[in-house]
Design a protein around this ligand. Sequence first.
Ligand code: GDP
Ligand code: GDP
Length: 476
Amino acid sequence: MMPVVALVGRPNVGKSTLFNRLTRTRDALVADFPGLTRDRKYGQASIGELEFIVVDTGGIDGSEEGIELKMAEQSLAAIDEADVVLFMVDARAGLTVADEAIAAHLRRCQKQTLLVANKTDGIDADSAVSEFYSLGLGDIYHIAAAHGRGVLSLLETALAPQLEELAEQRQAAELALAGEDDGLTLDPELGFEDTLAALDQLDEEEAESAAPFEDLPIKLAIVGRPNVGKSTLTNRILGEERVVVYDMPGTTRDSIYIPMERDGQEFILIDTAGVRRRGKVHETVEKFSVIKTLKAIEDANVVVLVLDAREGISEQDLSLLGFVLNAGRSIVLAVNKWDGLSLDVKEDIKRELDRRLGFIDFARLHFISALHGSGVGNLFGSVTEAYESATKRVNTSMLTRIMQMAQDDHQPPLVRGRRVKLKYAHAGGYNPPRIIVHGNQVKDLPESYKRYLMNYFRRSLHIMGSPIRVEFQEGD
Ligand code: GDP
Ligand code: GDP
């Protein structure tokens, strides 16, 4: 599961600077969701192949009182959800009362905390940071967030257990593959048709040795902004007669996993709304948690993104949608609260949805009322379809044929006076589907042609609800 790194510190120590450096071009999800009083920023970042979530908790200066204090407490609550806290101080400004107040809080939290002295560029860092030892948080990591100095080794320390685990998994996977043919060293004597047949054979062998997707339960996450109706929908699903719900022990700070069966298909419902936890003595400060949502998306096979018909599409909806697609997860859109609206209003809403969600025309859109139950049952057909799309196995000759048809319908353009030539295509992975296209100068194909190919594959393979990744490899 993706680890969460929280950036904590008083204003102006360089949290945003570090956040931006870590998340680079990726979109940040700014949490000005109603119900969260303080802006926090959430972003996806990676070190090597390890993906993680970074949270900029916003400024806390330790001197808050009254309502301010309540807000600071909420900000600190984000620490609860983090795996590692990077507590940032300003090496130039020196130790402040606010730093001490935050340090006292962090010591009480007993979270893994690294003390990070920022802005160590161009100063005698060792002597500048020595006073921070009095915070009692152990080693001090020197960085200059603005220049990126020290950031990589800081992350390597902060995420050492996770990196190690990933490396072990890699090694195990490589060992399992060792000795196996990579499937792409082909006999040059073979003709094109025989080559495809040989590749199909390899596809088949791979399909046989891989875990059959069909037998696995579909992990389904219900996500959305606060108040869109997630709890109502979850309750509605679980309360239906046709659903068999199994008991799952235990509650954690994460989402609740509820195994269930419907029409012979097993699902695991990932309940981000905490329905099953209702009535517990200890209700969390906020019912809605961005981290919980992001983790649920990561862990799901299919995400049902719930939208509120009465509120329209907000920036937050689009951020969540972007996160789902970035993560390569399949998606079904559920426009909730579709009850009691006049025909005119419904038409207006549909036009607005078309306009703003046109770019994911491959996702099924359902109009539902979680409150009355209308449309809810139909969601499952689309969820299953999206999962099947994401895990559909397609052999090399089929992909190559589709690629050739696309090429015949619409020739690739000339690049530096030579026509780009597509040779063959094969599957590079599933969930989401990856298609690798081999040919000459394929890396130089313009984006528009790449999109054309992707859409052609999508239509020909009937892939609904799942993103598709098409990659290009030079030569054979
Ligand atoms: P935040 O309030 O904690 O998010 O702090 P910011 O990221 O907005 O940074 C506050 C100021 O410190 C800005 O003017 C940054 O340019 C500056 N700053 C951040 N990191 C560094 C650094 O590594 N070196 C120096 N010299 N200045 C920095
Ligand atoms: P959550 O925060 O996303 O879990 O949202 P809730 O399930 O708690 O619902 C928020 C509010 O919307 C509650 O007052 C619900 O009764 C109401 N609500 C949920 N679904 C529907 C619906 O389909 N129609 C109408 N009219 N109200 C709904």
